[in-house]
Design a protein around this ligand. Structure first.
Ligand SMILES: NC(=O)c1ccc[n+]([C@@H]2O[C@H](COP(=O)([O-])OP(=O)(O)OC[C@H]3O[C@@H](n4cnc5c(N)ncnc54)[C@H](OP(=O)(O)O)[C@@H]3O)[C@@H](O)[C@H]2O)c1
Length: 195
């Protein structure tokens, strides 16, 4: 239904916000739970971004906001399935931002840190037990995301004070990119020569 609404062409902004976490991780959950989280956190935003992207190209512009998570950058901090879905959404956002910018379409990935919402209780976690200073109020997170939107940022990380930490990682990644597809095996993986 939302896909059809987007395809109708009268919507100019898609916010992919719906998402869930799991109670426990890969060892504590059954396949149905993995399917549920992947359907909501991966399949749904992908389908909606595709429908919006096509409609926005046809109408000559639009914006897609994908709510990812800082866990996309810090998989070791959580159970791995949730963070994996959020890494997917970050990756998709970066690729779409690059592909669609010349068509007048703006794509933003928002990476909140721990934020005071119902998500934590649903995941069986008590936010009051979080270390002091770790939890952001939802209004502050959304205000920061909107400032990032107004600035045209591709990636907005509301809690990250030192932006250089992120840009250094991005620059290192982009510098590595031309070296990632080569006909020759890297020397460290070559078998030792006989004799
Ligand atoms: N809270 C955090 O610490 C945190 C940190 C990083 C990223 N995020 C991300 O922020 C986004 C918003 O989450 P939240 O923290 O606000 O959690 P939340 O309070 O649990 O809200 C989740 C939202 O997703 C919707 N939703 C859940 N299951 C759905 C389904 N099957 N179909 C359609 N909609 C569904 C809910 O709609 P209903 O209200 O109608 O159920 C609700 O609007 C998520 O993508 C989450 O991963 C949250």
């Amino acid at each position: 239904m939302v896909e059809q609404r987007l395809a109708a062409g009268d919507v100019g902004l898609l916010v992919n916000n719906a998402g869930m976490s799991l109670k426990g991780g890969i060892l504590e959950n059954e396949p149905a739970a993995f399917s549920r989280i992947i359907a909501l956190n991966v399949t749904a935003p992908t389908r909606l971004a595709a429908a919006a992207g096509k409609a926005f190209v046809a109408r000559g512009g639009g914006a897609i906001v994908n709510v990812s998570s800082v866990l996309a950058l810090a998989p070791e901090m959580f159970e791995g399935i949730y963070s994996g879905t959020k890494a997917y959404l970050l990756n998709l956002s970066q690729a779409l931002a690059a592909q669609l910018k010349d068509k007048g379409i703006y794509v933003q990935a928002v990476l909140p840190g721990a934020t005071r919402t119902d998500l934590w209780e649903k995941a069986g976690r008590d936010v009051n037990s979080f270390p002091e200073g770790m939890l952001m109020e939802v209004g502050d997170m959304v205000d920061a995301a909107l400032i990032g939107f107004d600035r045209g940022e591709t990636i907005t990380i509301p809690p990250l004070a030192d932006e250089v930490q992120f840009t250094a990682m991005q620059n290192a990644r982009l510098a590595m990119a031309p070296n990632l597809s080569k006909s020759a095996v890297a020397p460290r993986y070559r078998l030792p020569l006989a004799g």
